[in-house]
Design a protein around this ligand. Structure first.
Ligand code: PLP
Length: 274
């Protein structure tokens, strides 16, 4: 066999494969979500200016200083939390890289990682690549049609935690269900993380894309969670620039130190002019 056991144990991305088929056959693409409209002119102009100004060599591995300071200001505004851009922010190649770099930095082979399912498909291969053992907790539909709510059974969630649990991946607002985890549900997750001394990796890429008055709450802002949470986010969806591959991980300094090392050896850094 030419490929590793790891590479054999997951399939190529279904959603990205479907995009290739849709492009080949001119089909409507219901598989991969990305904006089919241009990103803001200001962004395009700024990117062109940066390239013309010769910002074309490696950025600082964990991200250009001005960008990290802007992210800290944004985090203050939306999460109400002071974040140190020098020690708590890592800019990555999309939130996709932020997630796997964080998992590789925090999870050892054999550790268990709790994942709600259905889930954004990258989390499965991410866990395999880390040698982690995923523990799936189902989100079940309550109701039908537009009023469908997705919920987990708190007892099932508790049963997924144990002595080998190292982390939980939480994606809110959630792809693919659209679920926004309630304050009560977030507290249930936080309580188990504290009880089992687990870290939380939260994918918050849809933080600004909520409907019907639903508000986004970052798990990291709950009591006792800042020390044990990596908040993963990115520009792709909010700014309609999925192809730029710009994301970031916010985490306390001790966790960020590990994430930055892994990120450095995975990709060196994100695209400097972007
Ligand atoms: C939940 C979720 N996380 C992450 C991503 C990918 O984000 P990025 O482009 O920042 O890698 C997607 C893209 O569909 C997504 O749905």
């Amino acid at each position: 066999m030419l490929t590793s056991i790891k590479a054999q144990s997951f399939q190529e991305s279904i959603i990205r494969e479907m995009t290739r088929h849709a492009l080949t056959h001119g089909a409507v693409n219901l598989a991969q979500g990305f904006p089919d409209f241009p990103c803001a002119q200001e962004l395009k102009d700024a990117a062109c200016r940066a390239i013309q100004a010769d910002v074309n060599q490696y950025a600082i591995t964990w991200g250009a200083q001005a960008f990290r300071h802007a992210l800290a200001a944004k985090t203050r505004r939306f999460l109400g939390r002071e974040v140190d851009p020098e020690t708590e922010i890592t800019v990555t190649c999309g939130s996709t890289e932020a997630m796997i770099a964080s998992l590789l930095a925090l999870v050892d082979p054999g550790d268990e990682v709790v994942v709600f399912e259905p889930f954004y498909e990258n989390y499965g291969p991410d866990a395999v690549l880390c040698g982690a053992v995923p523990q799936y907790v189902p989100l079940r539909p309550l109701g039908r049609g537009q009023s469908t709510e997705w919920a987990f059974d708190p007892e099932e969630l508790r049963a997924a935690f144990g002595p080998r649990t190292r982390a939980i991946i939480l994606n809110t607002p959630n792809n693919p269900t659209g679920k926004v985890f309630s304050a009560e549900e977030l507290e249930a997750v936080a309580g188990l993380c504290r009880e089992f001394d687990a870290v939380a990796l939260t994918d918050e890429i849809y933080e600004h894309i909520t409907f019907d008055g639903a508000g986004h709450t970052a798990l990291a802002t709950l009591p006792g969670m800042w020390e044990r949470t990596v908040t993963v986010n990115g520009m792709s969806k909010t700014y309609s620039v999925t192809g730029w591959r710009i994301g970031y991980a916010i985490a306390p300094p001790a966790l960020t130190a590990g994430i930055r090392k892994v990120h450095d050896f995975l990709t060196v850094g994100a695209a400097a002019p972007l």
